[in-house]
Design a protein around this ligand. Structure first.
Ligand code: MTE
Ligand code: MO
Length: 194
């Protein structure tokens, strides 16, 4: 498929102002936490009926999804056609039974990074908590053992080393959102900064 052909959402494969990269750059706050499958845990709490913390075995026993999607960084590179394996964010959220009043989520990571994502975005089919990239365990540099990917939003919404999903009734701003990045972060609207 050429880069001009539409993606599965009917949008141009390459969003405005982006260019394709062959290798996958590493971008983060500089601290790469050393989390392994045996120490990794994920908490889902906040505006939920049943706050829950799951470990690696529980996570891997959830229904697994494979998907191919693109990754768009606000610094203008796009990594195309990654093969991901993981669990849909919606599956993980359902374990805690979000309240009807929950509308937003704050995603927390083991390096203290945070990013806020509207719940309706988090519930999209291709938003995954991934552990495998192109048939290899997700490298630590890229957020292994588990990170979030949000193909429909700029990549800063995809927290590496994800540790906690906090459901919120009212929106709050995450690390970059509080420093001038867009709250909504929609690549096809060139929606980079607030
Ligand atoms: N935990 C954590 N997740 C993070 C970040 C971070 O600093 N810490 N940086 C974000 C930003 S700004 C980008 S562009 C992507 C980069 O992911 P990559 O290093 O795998 O390319 O991760 C996002 N997720
Ligand atoms: Mo970024």
């Amino acid at each position: 498929m050429g880069s001009g052909a539409p993606n599965r959402h009917g949008m141009p494969k390459l969003p405005p102002g982006q260019h394709q990269t062959k290798s996958w750059p590493v971008l983060d706050l500089g601290v790469k936490p050393n989390i392994t499958p045996s120490t990794w845990k994920l908490t889902i709490d906040g505006a939920v009926e049943e706050p829950i913390t799951i470990d690696w075995a529980t996570f891997m026993a959830l229904p697994q999804t494979e998907d191919v999607s693109d990754f768009h960084c606000v610094t203008t590179w796009s990594l195309m056609d990654s093969r991901w394996k993981g669990v849909q964010a919606s599956t993980v959220l359902a374990l805690a039974r979000p309240l009807e009043s929950a509308q937003y989520a704050m995603i927390h990571a083991f390096d203290e990074y945070t990013t806020n994502v509207a719940l309706y975005e988090l519930l999209k089919d291709d938003v995954l908590l991934v552990h495998t990239w192109n048939d290899q365990p997700l490298p630590r540099d890229h957020g292994g053992p588990v990170r979030l990917i949000t193909p429909q939003l700029y990549a800063w919404k995809g927290a590496k080393w994800i540790s906690r999903i906090e459901l919120l009734k009212q929106n709050k701003l995450g690390f970059w959102e509080d420093r001038g990045y867009s709250d909504t972060a929609h690549p096809w609207r060139d929606d980079r900064y607030s």
